[in-house]
Each structure stands twice: as structure tokens, then as C-alpha cells.
Design a protein around this ligand. Structure first.
Ligand SMILES: CSC[C@H]1O[C@H](OP(=O)(O)O)[C@H](O)[C@@H]1O
Length: 343
């Protein structure tokens, strides 16, 4: 089966990933032929975004099994699972996908195992696309008519199997003629907002205004934003949400200004095993990502840098969490667990 999406092209026996480090100026597709290729691509953010990371890990494990041919077994794949799991720590979708494929693989071996893992990886990809369209519609129903929304980082087709999560809500609202426009925060230091979100929305013809991250408060104070919509990398049982660094700032600002703060994520981003956000491992990335912008030095080479890739927004600051199953208003542990029990 061939599955093509904005950032991920699956050819049935190998994978291509759009190198998102080069966007928006260059379109370069990199081949991925085994689990190490996939892990390296995730670690180096060739592919990024919680759902896209999970999908890539799933294909990477399936490719590794195919490389082993008749030698393939889940015990033989244990090293590949470990390598993929070590690529980035925060997005739970990576671990969810690996757990799902390990369960699918079970005691299968050889060609049967290769087929089962391949089909499940393809299913994860297709399910994510469907989930994003469903959550997009649920989320659009939360927005007032003619809304202008603020979004952070990139949560679009580049970060998922397609359509997007927060950008999925934005795309669905635009298609329903509910949306006036979008403010996209640049999202330092990796600039997912300026390089990826503004590129995706402009390509779709959705009115987008790029702003420096520090502009968000003034926009809210001036009444120019009717909702803040963001994605998620891991949502714990009580609704605490790990997302791109800077998300917590936006949640506090939104609370102060009485603006709805909406988190969009597929159910695969919910992690009920963690009771609250204090248990989430926050990835810290190299200081060079802050000292430089696309290789241009913007700080003294010896200056100390603290570069957490994510922060945690407490559930009490979140107006609603939107998944493909519906909306969790004012999330609490009871509501999140009930949401997970519903089919
Ligand atoms: C739907 S993508 C979720 C999430 O992933 C992004 O992080 P990164 O670009 O570092 O992979 C960002 O936190 C998005 O909100």
C-alpha cells in the first residue's frame, strides 16, 4: 500500500520523509530504510510533531522487520524498539506506536510478522488522518463565527498523518466559513510557526499573520484573538498538557484575558498512566538551537543556554481538550478517564 501525506510518503517497502529542517525554502525528501534511519530522522527533527513521530517510528520498526526477513521476531527487534524509543522522550505517540506494534507482533515471526507490522503501521497512519478530520470538526464547533485564532508551533499536516490537530480545527473551521484568520506565533527557537505553520496556511489560502512570540499578550489585550488553539505532545490523566515551549505562557495570558484555550490532540496523545504533568519528561535540546538561527550566530558562542523543547500547561488553564472522540470541557481526571473509556 502507498500512503502519501504532506510530510510522510510510505511506498510499501520504504519511507520518505520531507526534511522539515529546510522548509520553507527547500523541498527535500529523505529516504528511510530501517529503524536507525527512522530514529535519526526523529532525533534530528527531519520529521517532528507528536503524531508524525509515532507514525514514523511505526514504519521504522516495520522496515527493520522487513530487513530481517525470516529472522524477524519481536525479540530480534528489541534493539530497534530501544533505538526508536530513545530518539525523543516527550511525545507519547512514539511510545504508544511502539507499544501497539509490539502487541501486534506478539509471537509472530518472519514474513507473517513483517506483514502484520507493516499493515499496523499503515493503519496508524490512516487512523491519524481520520482522527484529525474528526477532531477538526469537533473543534470547529467550539469557535464563534468569524473568529480570529492564535496558534503556536506547527500542528498541521507536517506534524501528523495529515490535516493536523490544532491546524486541523483551523482547516475545518475555514472550510465551514467560520474563520476570519489566524495569528501564528513564530515559536522560537526552532521556528515551527514561522517556517511551517505560516507555510501550510498560506498554501491553503487561509489568512495567516505571523507574529513574534512576544506579541501574543498585546493581541489578546487588544481583543484581536477569540481563541487560542494548540497541539499536544503528551496529556496526562488530569489534563495537564506537555506542548511546545511557550504554550504555558499562552495559557496564562488566555486565562487572564478570558479567552478560550483549546488543546487539540488525537487520543493517542493521552497518557493516563501519568497522573499529572509533573511526571512528564521534558526534552532539553542543544543550546546551539538558541544561539543560532538557521546557522547564523545570534549569541556569544560561550553563553550558557537552557533549551527545553516543551512546557506543561496545567489542566485548570485548559478550556477544552478536543480529540477524535469529542470534547473534554474543563478537563479533570474523571473526565479524561471517562473519555478514554468511551468508544
Ligand atoms: C500535532 S504536533 C504536536 C506537537 O509537536 C510539536 O513539537 P516538535 O515540533 O518539537 O515535535 C509541538 O509541540 C506540537 O504542538
Amino acid at each position: 500500500m502507498v500512503i502519501n501525506s504532506a510530510a510522510i510518503r510510505w511506498h510499501g517497502d520504504f519511507l520518505e520523509l520531507l526534511d522539515q529542517r529546510l522548509l520553507p525554502t527547500e523541498i527535500v525528501w529523505l529516504p528511510v530504510r530501517n529503524s536507525q534511519d527512522a530514529a535519526t530522522a526523529i532525533r534530528d527533527m527531519v520529521v517532528r510533531g507528536a503524531p508524525a513521530i509515532g507514525i514514523t517510528a511505526a514504519y521504522g520498526l516495520a522496515l527493520e522487520a522487513a530487513r530481517m526477513e525470516q529472522r524477524a521476531s519481536m525479540s530480534a527487534l528489541a534493539g530497534a524498539v530501544e533505538t526508536l524509543a530513545a530518539s525523543r522522550p516527550t511525545a507519547v505517540n512514539l511510545f504508544w506506536a511502539l507499544d501497539r506494534l509490539q502487541a501486534t507482533g506478539g509471537s509472530l515471526e518472519g514474513a507473517e510478522l513483517v506483514q502484520a507490522l507493516t499493515q499496523d503501521a499503515e493503519a496508524i497512519h490512516q487512523e491519524d488522518i481520520a482522527a484529525n478530520h474528526a477532531l477538526g470538526d469537533f473543534g470547529a464547533s467550539l469557535l464563534p463565527q468569524d473568529a480570529t485564532v492564535y496558534t503556536h508551533c506547527n500542528t498541521g499536516a507536517l506534524a501528523t498523518g495529515g490535516h493536523g490537530t490544532a491546524l486541523g480545527i483551523i482547516r475545518s473551521a475555514w472550510q465551514k466559513q467560520q474563520l476570519r484568520g489566524v495569528y501564528a506565533g513564530e515559536t522560537r527557537p526552532w521556528l515551527q510557526g514561522s517556517r511551517l505553520t505560516s507555510w501550510e496556511l498560506a498554501n491553503d489560502g487561509i489568512p495567516v499573520t505571523l507574529v513574534a512570540d512576544s506579541t501574543a499578550g498585546q493581541l489578546m489585550a487588544q481583543g484581536k484573538v477569540q481563541a487560542v488553539i494548540v497541539g499536544a505532545d503528551r496529556i496526562t490523566a488530569n489534563g495537564d498538557t506537555a506542548n511546545k515551549i511557550g504554550t504555558y505562557n499562552l495559557a496564562v495570558l488566555a486565562k487572564h484575558h478570558g479567552i478560550p484555550f483549546i488543546v487539540a490532540a488525537p487520543v493517542s496523545t493521552l497518557d493516563p498512566a501519568l497522573p499529572d504533568g509533573s511526571h512528564i519528561v521534558i526534552e532539553e535540546r542543544d543550546g546551539s538551537e538558541v544561539r543560532q538561527i538557521q546557522g547564523k550566530v545570534v549569541a556569544p558562542s560561550e553563553v550558557a543556554v537552557y533549551n527545553p523543547a516543551f512546557d506543561v500547561t496545567p489542566g485548570e488553564l485548559i478550556t477544552a481538550i478536543v480529540t477524535e472522540r469529542g470534547v473534554i470541557e474543563a478537563p479533570t481526571t474523571e473526565k479524561v478517564l471517562a473519555h478514554l473509556r468511551q468508544q
